[in-house]
Design a protein around this ligand. Sequence first.
Ligand SMILES: Cc1cc2nc3c(=O)[nH]c(=O)nc-3n(C[C@H](O)[C@H](O)[C@H](O)COP(=O)(O)OP(=O)(O)OC[C@H]3O[C@@H](n4cnc5c(N)ncnc54)[C@H](O)[C@@H]3O)c2cc1C
Length: 495
Amino acid sequence: MTTQSTPAVSPERRQQVAAALHAVLPPTCVLSAPEDTRPYECDGLSAYRQLPMIVVLPASEEQVLAVLDVCRRLHVPIVPRGAGTGLSGGAMPIADGVVLSTARLNKIVRLDAYSRMAVVQPGVRNLAISEAAAPYGLYYAPDPSSQIACTIGGNVAENSGGVHCLKYGLTVHNVLRVRMATIEGDIVELGSEAPDAPGLDLLAAFIGSEGMLGIVLEVTVKLVPKPAAARVIMASFDDVTAGGNAVADVIAAGIIPAGLEMMDRTSSRMVEPFVRAGYDTEAAAILLCEADGTAAEVEEEITRMAAVLRAAGAGAIAVSTSEAERLKFWSGRKNAFPAAGRISPDYYCMDGTIPRKHLARVLQGIAAMEHKHGLRCANVFHAGDGNLHPLILFDANQPDELRRAEAFGADILALCVEVGGTITGEHGVGIEKIDSMCVQFTAAELNAFFALKRAFDPLSLLNPDKAIPTLNRCAEFGKMRVTGGVLPHPDLPRF
Ligand SMILES: Cc1cc2nc3c(=O)[nH]c(=O)nc-3n(C[C@H](O)[C@H](O)[C@H](O)COP(=O)(O)OP(=O)(O)OC[C@H]3O[C@@H](n4cnc5c(N)ncnc54)[C@H](O)[C@@H]3O)c2cc1C
């Protein structure tokens, strides 16, 4: 476990900021005692922890604006936080900063079944939107496996995905409008309820900006009709290469499944005793391929997918015969991350995306890295999107294992870039992948990202030191050329 070594905050400073926040918020909305702030010390990337100076829990837009005003005047960094399920350390606190939790901003403001949209506050849970829409035969399509807990504000900040995103798109494709507060205290509306909005498409720039550009206050999401029918195929492969190639074959056949997920043997063996989903634990890889639509569409697509999978070398093929069985097949996939806790004290979840045609090559590369770093890795991922989630298994109590897990993760991301992919798929960069940004982007590109951040947040108070590395950091990481002791863009800020 790594606790960040930022300078301690002086009691005077803590008192000054707490007093200013108490002046604008009810007493129960400000937490400063360590026993109260401890639950906020990390997000889902629990290997890294940091106690915040103060946590605030505003219950209205006015209170959010008041917090921003205090923090701007006193120059206090702010880390926005939803449910804290993020896996890249995006919501990890800063020692001299305030964590702004949206837990109390959790109302569904309006659900318009006729226009198929819902307006919700940022702290509303992802699944709560679909639950509210269910009586109208509608649901919110992006479905992170954490959907029971994660919030729409966090989903917007991370541009989250999920099993259904292959067919229905990521958060960015399912959000019509975001109402957000700038650090200056202005309320800005990005996008509109119409399919397009005038001006630059800042909504697309904002979605995925990891809490660095503004605080999400309200989100208008699209709702889609719940399909009349859905069935899932579970196909076993006796080698990972054939499984990886089968994924590319399904898409090449012109089929867009409602979900196309892959688990390797380590994953299915880790999950099966936990959920008893009926997985073939002898198979080197299993694929879960879902078809949805009308009953006739589903039958036709299942038949076509099964034929492609057989031709690609699938051994056993099972097709769900009831809704209960469909959910059982998915239950293992959805619970894969928690199941990792059964076989390893800690796991480090990577998230890179690659062109589908390179799935087999990258999975073989990861297998070779297991030997190089002396650690096991379970692969369970959104194969149809080429979005890998290697779970590197380690024990933080063993000297050097966290460092080796980090090096393993960095090698995987470098391989993703090498085959034409990216260092993130849906979990964001946060602190976890900040060094790998130096592998993916040039100095000029990083400069452009900083320019965008400065345009929204000139004082760099919103989630600073996350997601965009400084050139100094890249130089230290060994991925930026330093000539004669001088960086190419010394003018770039050291946030
Ligand atoms: C078991 C498990 C499974 C997961 N499965 C998936 C998956 O399938 N797909 C996927 O995409 N992710 C997945 N995740 C990751 C995570 O759930 C998502 O990134 C999710 O969107 C985070 O939401 P949150 O509310 O927990 O946000 P947090 O973790 O609290 O915050 C995430 C980021 O959003 C920012 N933020 C939060 N609220 C706001 C706001 N109101 N305004 C501005 N910025 C804000 C934070 O500063 C931080 O940078 C999984 C996580 C776990 C633990």
